[in-house]
Design a protein around this ligand. Structure first.
Ligand SMILES: [Zn+2]
Ligand SMILES: [Zn+2]
Length: 901
């Protein structure tokens, strides 16, 4: 590893070096290393951006639009690291596209709806939805959720997110709910909505239907109960194993496997259920697992999805043993009104007492639980509104292929989900704080009357229907109390954002949107439903690109959970290190995968901000007007301009692919290691027009590339050193920088001279010489070094060399100066004789020493006795000479640097 590479890995060293750089500058008092005060600087520019409306989206603009279907942040309060990172990734894209000349649509928005808010309000006030009138309940939820909006808006500001408050929306506002309802009205009128009593996932705690996507699975160990069923008209019994004995009241049939020889005699017979004495038939079905339990399966009309399959197959009558509140119905007899768990315990106790339950075994199982509150989900038959989804599977998959996925592999998650769908989308929820389903139903015949488009936003529980009476039977129309699944609201964001049903011309101009950013856990919900809705309503994709980021984990890679106590609050990080530093960490999180939080990255980001600020202080002194492209470029100028241009191409390509981590690495490495460490070192003594032009253009263009990632420090440097010449109100609305030129030869020369000057710098520091110490003569020797003569001035000025010579070859001589004893080994080996040996070695002249060295060792005379001293006991001190003068050398690949001392 060459010294320059070694140095690259050591930021501390570089900081020290940079410090020296300023001290070594003649007017060093002007260039003291300053500490960048991130907090005051960040607040100053955040205020300016807001006051000047820097990120304003203009719907009338002629520029091409880049619209972001920004995830409305859920109003639940505190900011966590996942939000801070996710929204920063989106902001990188927004800022980049703005600089690329797009009219960027990046709305400030919040999701204010749904069960999580209700759950929190119920906990806070210790109530359920049944305890209050709907209006009052809704008001409590609204107050609770809206109480967070100001604070959460502030979070976005201190993170430096460039969202535009002029296109603000929140999903509970009548203007947004209106769009949700109109989309329903259209689908209703197209015949895509139906109401059906269907067994559905049901959370007894939240008292509402759940979509499959809202059901989580938890591993659990339960008891498998072995229970005796009587045989009709006979003595004896059949043993049934079940984990849910409370469902015996709805047992319809018992199934065995058709190939189970021992069970053949039972098929077609009738069994008698315990407690209820109901006769149930034994059937043969190949889906029975003969190895599980006793091989006899009790089939109930409501239990889980497998039961449902049998219920459908054998046309069994549906019976409701559990109600919406998760309590046993009349069917359960003496257990009526008990919650499921309590009923199970009671029936187990009764069956045990009567000797009907003979054994219990542990049985591992997967429990379905509500994703919001973790209550076990029941499978109930409740009338619900459905949106036809299954018949659109193919179209959704086709649209998914038309969308560009970043990263591409995330598309598989959507495809797998679509392929696994077995149900239409259950649109309705029996909750309150959400968008009302705009329907009235006839009290007499059940006919549904949908609102008209003009009526929306409408609340059927308080507003009048579009017609006075049922069009079928003149019966009374009653407002529907159901509300929409929250995904019905949020999956319409691409419609709302593009002025759908608000302004036809603007909708045409902006739909589909450019990009949907989101996390991977909501592909099966938000992404899927959004694609479905766009297909149903517009026969189109909702957006061209989808960018999917992962989660932020605790530093040890495990999920952050308040119950574990490992949640990291980003606010203190923002206050101690600044938003730019946290955003630096965010940029390091490549898309599509989860990332552990690394504080080291935040610290590194902070150092980079400090570095940029200080380079600005230094570079800014070089010009008092905008430098023009005059003067003669040196090799170092051509090199740094070429490397800037190459970097610009790479960064642009990465950003076009949303590869923020790679883009930032390129910019950082260029600014820090090439521009600051090497070019500035070469340029610091110059005052010619070429150096001014180069410093101005390369640095300004470099901070423009950094601006999407670290918007504050780049704005600060721009305002202080460039704004007076550039006339743009903010760096963030300037054009993305262009390349200048790429000179391949200059790149090669530049690389060689930076290696040479870095090596000399490292050598001086090793010798404890000041970095600006003058070297009288240096020779650069090697087959290919003559081309470097062009850059002679760059090297001599940088390394303070009086006389620099380039040679293809040189005759170096190596000579022995003295023989040194190895005391540590001599003493133990020779004891008393050691002293004499040391004296003999120091008495050897260099010339004698050369003659005394043999393959066996060094021939010497100690106290009149001749001996051969083995190699391990002495060292030959050598020196190199060139033309008789003592020199030192540094080997750099094929190049040798010879320094005269
Ligand atoms: Zn729940
Ligand atoms: Zn009617």
């Amino acid at each position: 590893m060459s010294p320059s590479v070694k140095e690259r890995n050591d930021h501390e060293k570089i900081l020290n070096f940079f410090h020296n750089l300023f001290l070594s500058y003649p007017n060093n008092s002007m260039f003291k290393m300053s500490q960048y005060d991130s907090i005051s600087v960040e607040r100053r520019w955040q205020k300016m951006w807001k006051d000047e409306e820097i990120y304003h989206f203009d719907p009338e603009s002629e520029k091409p639009a880049y619209s972001i279907d920004n995830p409305p942040r859920y109003t639940s309060g505190s900011l966590h690291l996942g939000h801070a990172t996710g929204y920063s990734l989106i902001d990188f894209a927004a800022r980049y596209k703005r600089m690329r000349g797009y009219n960027v649509f990046f709305p400030l928005c919040f999701d204010v709806n749904g069960t999580p808010i209700e759950v929190k309000v119920e906990k806070k006030h210790n109530i359920t939805k049944l305890d209050l009138p709907r209006e009052e309940y809704r008001k409590l939820c609204s107050e609770y959720a809206n109480g967070f909006v100001d604070e959460m808006t502030h979070h976005f500001e201190i993170l430096g997110e460039s969202m535009d408050p002029s296109i603000y929306y929140q999903t509970d506002a009548p203007y947004y709910r209106r769009i949700t309802q109109i989309s329903f009205v259209e689908l209703f009128n197209k015949g895509m909505v139906y109401k059906a009593a269907f067994p559905i996932n049901w959370c007894p705690r939240c008292m509402t239907a759940l979509a499959d996507a809202e059901v989580d699975h938890k591993d659990n160990v339960t008891k498998l109960n072995f229970i005796k069923f009587g045989i009709a008209g006979k003595s004896g019994h059949v043993m049934i194993a079940t984990t849910r004995p409370e469902l015996i009241c709805t047992c319809k049939v018992v199934a065995v496997h058709p190939d189970d020889k021992e069970k053949q005699h039972l098929i077609g017979k009738e069994l008698v259920t315990p407690i209820y004495g109901r006769k149930v038939k034994v059937i043969a079905d190949p889906k029975v697992d003969p190895e599980f339990g006793t091989g006899n399966v009790m089939i109930c009309t409501i239990g889980d999805k497998d039961d449902l399959e049998w219920v459908m197959k054998y046309h069994l009558e549906m019976e409701k043993g559990i109600d919406e509140a998760g309590k046993m119905t009349e069917l359960a007899g003496k257990y009526v009104g008990m919650p499921v768990k309590e009923a199970r315990a009671a029936i187990i106790a009764d069956l045990k007492a009567s000797g009907i339950l003979v054994e219990q075994k542990d049985s591992p199982q997967q429990v379905s639980v509500c994703w919001r509150c973790s209550t076990p989900v029941e499978f109930l038959q409740v009338p619900q509104w459905f949106l036809k989804t299954l018949e659109l599977k193919e179209q959704v998959l086709k649209r998914a292929d038309e969308i560009k996925w970043y990263p591409e592999f995330m598309k598989i998650r959507l495809q797998d989900w679509v392929n696994s769908l077995e149900w239409d989308w259950v649109l309705s929820r029996q909750r309150i704080f959400a968008t009302p389903v705009p329907v009235w139903e006839c009290e007499e015949c059940g006919e549904a009357v949908c609102a008209t488009e003009e009526q929306c936003y409408v609340d059927p529980t308080t507003d009048a229907p579009p017609v006075e009476k049922c069009p079928k039977c003149k019966g009374k129309l009653i407002g529907c109390t159901d509300v929409f699944d929250t995904w019905m609201d949020s999956s319409g964001s691409s419609l709302y954002n593009t002025f759908w049903k608000r302004d036809d011309e603007l909708h045409k101009k902006f739909f589909p949107m450019s990009m949907r950013p989101q996390s991977h856990d909501i592909i099966r919900t938000w992404a899927f439903y959004s694609i479905l809705r766009a297909e149903q309503l517009e026969q189109s994709i909702p957006w061209e690109d989808i960018m999917i980021h992962g989660f932020i984990m605790a530093p040890d890679g495990t999920p952050m959970h308040s119950s574990v106590g490992n949640v990291i609050n980003p606010i203190p990080i923002l206050e101690n290190h600044g938003a730019d530093a946290l955003r630096y960490f965010a940029a390091s999180c490549s898309l599509g995968t989860d990332h552990a939080f690394r504080e080291a990255d935040v610290t590194r980001g902070k150092k980079l901000a400090n570095k940029i600020f200080n380079i600005g202080q230094f570079v800014g002194r070089f010009f008092d007007s905008k430098p023009s492209k005059t003067g003669v470029f040196r090799e170092s100028d051509k090199w740094i301009i070429s490397r800037y241009s190459e970097t610009r191409e790479a960064v642009t390509e990465y950003l076009d692919q949303y590869q923020f981590d790679k883009a930032l690495k390129e910019v950082e490495s260029f600014i820090w290691h090439e521009f600051a460490d090497n070019y500035i070192e070469m340029a610091k003594m110059r005052k010619d027009p070429a150096v001014k032009y180069t410093l101005y253009n390369v640095f300004l263009r470099s901070i423009k590339m950094l601006a999407p990632f670290m918007p504050h420090v780049t704005e600060d440097v721009y305002q202080e050193h460039f704004a007076k010449y550039e006339k743009s109100k903010s760096i963030h609305i300037m054009d993305w920088p262009s390349s200048i030129f790429v000179d391949e030869e200059a790149i090669g020369i530049g690389r060689a001279i930076t290696e040479i000057t870095s090596a000399i710098r490292a050598w001086k520091s090793e010798k404890k010489m000041p970095l600006n110490a003058e070297l009288s003569k240096v020779e650069i020797i090697g087959e290919d070094v003559l081309v470097l003569e062009k850059a002679s001035q760059d090297i001599t000025e940088t390394s303070k060399i009086k006389d620099l010579i380039f040679l293809k070859k040189a005759e170096l001589k190596e000579e022995i100066v003295a023989i040194k004893p190895v005391h540590a080994k001599l003493g133990p080996a020779f004891k008393a004789q050691a002293k004499g040996i040391v004296a003999a070695l120091s008495a050897l002249s260099p010339k004698d020493a050369v003659n005394s060295i043999t393959p066996a060792g060094l021939k010497i005379t100690v106290d009149g006795e001749k001996m051969t001293l083995a190699q391990e006991f002495w060292e030959a001190e050598k020196r190199l000479t060139l033309d008789g003068k003592t020199v030192e050398t540094i080997q750099l690949g094929n190049t040798l640097i010879v320094l005269e001392i």
